[in-house]
Design a protein around this ligand. Structure first.
Ligand SMILES: *Cc1c(COP(=O)(O)O)cnc(C)c1O
Length: 390
């Protein structure tokens, strides 16, 4: 943006309320969701029907989601976290068995490894995409490695084929909590890899009334495992608990899934505008969308210049939030920086590149309901704040 464009965009004024760095509702909700929820409640009011999860919208949502991803199976669950736990328990990890997860990550996937009794091995992320680095994975494979557990970070696909090539024969299990709607090699995220977990938490790209998730897989055994795990394990005589989605949530999920392409188009429109506006800000590296991927832009993640790492980046984030009302968050620093439990579990492991990137990344508010004018305001705020800190 030229300084005249920045001034003009800022004159339009702060959106009221301001967009948060990670908005608390990641999609939009309308009458169609309300009607679907009400219809699901009405259809449950008969004592012989109730909210039983065996039929109706849950199976329909699973089928629609499996068709969308292009997988044989989709298993609806109450939240992504239990889905990650299910996949880790499927590995039947023995003490000392290792699972490689990216260091820059949300805490859920590494906690799932820990909770299933495995040893977390932190993998570096690539500087350009912030995705788990296949070269580092290859270097960290040992005879004890049981799986590679990439996160499709901030909406972009992990490099699934490269990860599989780096870990021949090992299952690649994906955490796509932030990446519903993204694509890899012409397929929706969830098609590649042995199994993938999605979140429909309120912040994510689509939401089933605030909580919810889905596991997708082509593997019949994993499908049976997850179905059993989500309801006390009886069919396979294994431990299990209850992690079911309600039929009201599934009814809303069907509507949200139908709106996903529109949400993706909106996020793309905003990101592309922003890419153009930020082209001439030398301190900011814009997000990369590799040629074989379609980003879902759950977050719009930029890197500040090396010289701006740490304290100066933090000042920039504070200025954006407090002075401009242009939401910005740091998502995420390496997990071991914020979870002592996991830092102690992985004592002695180092990921210097991820440490540095954790001090340089910054996510600027993005949301499918953001107007072009608001997008210009948010972007101009970043340009202006960077100019003031120069
Ligand atoms: C939100 C999130 C989760 C957890 O999702 P829930 O549905 O809230 O359990 C897991 N992994 C990542 C990367 C996330 O962003």
């Amino acid at each position: 943006m030229t300084s005249a464009e920045v001034a003009a965009a800022l004159r339009c004024g702060k959106p009221n309320p301001p967009w948060q760095g990670e908005p608390l509702l990641g999609g939009t909700y309308g009458e169609e969701e309300i009607e679907a929820a009400v219809a699901a409640i009405r259809s449950s009011m008969e004592p012989t029907v109730g909210f039983g999860f065996g039929a109706g919208p849950i199976a329909a949502f699973e089928q629609a989601f499996a068709e969308y991803v292009g997988c044989r199976h989709a298993v609806a669950i109450n939240s992504a976290g239990p889905g990650l736990d299910m996949l880790m328990r499927w590995l039947k990890l023995q003490p000392g068995d290792e699972v490689i997860v990216p260091a820059i990550n949300f805490q859920a996937a590494p906690l799932a490894v820990y909770g299933a009794g495995g040893q977390i091995v932190w993998g570096e992320v690539r500087e350009d995409t912030l995705q788990l680095d296949p070269e580092d994975v290859a270097a960290k494979i040992t005879p004890r490695t049981r799986a590679v557990f990439p996160v499709h970070f901030n909406g972009l696909s992990a490099p699934m084929d490269d990860l599989q090539a780096a870990a021949p024969g090992l299952p690649i299990l994906g955490d796509a909590a932030r990446a519903c709607g993204g694509e890899y090699k012409g397929c929706p995220i969830g098609k590649h890899g042995r199994a993938t977990v999605f979140s429909f938490h309120t912040m994510k790209n689509i939401s089933t009334l605030g909580e919810g998730g889905m596991v997708t897989t082509d593997d019949d055994e994993i499908d049976a495992w997850c179905r059993a795990q989500r309801f006390y394990g009886a069919p396979i005589e294994e431990w299990g608990t209850s992690n079911v989605m309600t039929k009201v949530q599934a009814a809303v999920g069907l509507v949200q899934l139908g709106r996903l392409p529109g949400f993706m188009d909106a996020r793309h429109r905003l990101a592309e505008q922003r890419d153009a506006w930020l082209a001439d800000v030398p301190e900011i590296t814009r997000p990369v969308e590799p040629a074989d991927c379609r980003h879902s832009y759950y977050l719009y993640t930029v890197l500040v210049d090396r010289a701006w790492a740490g304290e100066k980046r933090d000042r920039l984030v504070t200025m954006l939030n407090e002075e401009y009302g242009a939401g910005a968050v740091v998502a995420n620093r390496p997990v071991y920086a914020s979870r002592r439990l996991l830092a102690e579990h992985t004592a002695g492991q180092r990921c210097p590149r991820s440490d540095e990137l954790g001090e340089r990344l910054l996510c600027l508010a993005i949301h499918p309901a953001m107007s072009d004018e608001q997008n210009a305001y948010v972007t101009a705020s970043l340009c202006a704040a960077v100019g003031r800190l120069r």
